[in-house]
Design a protein around this ligand. Sequence first.
Ligand SMILES: CN(C)C(=N)NCCC[C@H](N)C(=O)O
Length: 264
Amino acid sequence: MPAEEFVAGWISGALGLVLGHPFDTVKLLGFFKGMSFPIVSIAVVNSVLFGVYSNALLALTATSHQERRAQPPSYTHVFIAGCTGGFLQAYCLAPFDLIKVRLQNQTEPRAQPGSPPPRYRGPVHCAASIFQAEGPRGLFRGAWALTLRDTPTLGIYFVTYEWLCHQSTPDGQNPSSATVLVAGGFAGITSWVTATPLDVIKSRMQMAGLEQRAYRGLLDCVVSSVRQEGLGVFFRGLTINSARAFPVNAVTFLSYEYLLHSWG
Ligand SMILES: CN(C)C(=N)NCCC[C@H](N)C(=O)O
């Protein structure tokens, strides 16, 4: 199994998250301000996504990353490989994402004197507390919603990227850096626009353990959210998700392509 795609995915994920971090902290005002936790989590998850995607395409089309410009895979193969990467990354992401959502949703204690101390002191304390209170399965709360969110949307992500590169690149040539930036940025936006409804549901399910609010499952969460707040609930965070997605994914794809090209 070629490993360079995993390494390139790790580095490009780390670069993307540096750009995305200010958006992440604004998105849910709160406690989650450091960089070390996202570096180990998002970058590792991006490594799984790009590594699995590229190796799934290799299995489906028998072409390596370098051969794919001359022999482009079909969009069906790109979609299947993207969904495979999305499915596996969702499972790796689940505990990290849960910790992130829990930390981000804590009210800022230092802002209001006299208010109670935060429930979680940081990522490790948060993981240990969830483990103690809810058991190992507690760390995978919302994993189903995450899998449903990421499997099709990462298929869409890679299809959008490949399609946009193909539209503006002569056959057999590598896309220019400008094309990669624009295609990567729009791939990010398309994937987040389609992912936002399930992103909302996933975050609610992840918070349920903390807020003592019980959902009987994903469908129950969807139905009770719509009943209480209307259909608009599915579009919460759409603007910030999209604004974040363009620069993050433009840089992620540019650095990924650049690294694989230079390792050649
Ligand atoms: C759930 N969705 C839509 C995605 N994971 N899309 C791929 C983008 C990955 C990138 N690290 C980012 O955070 O934008």
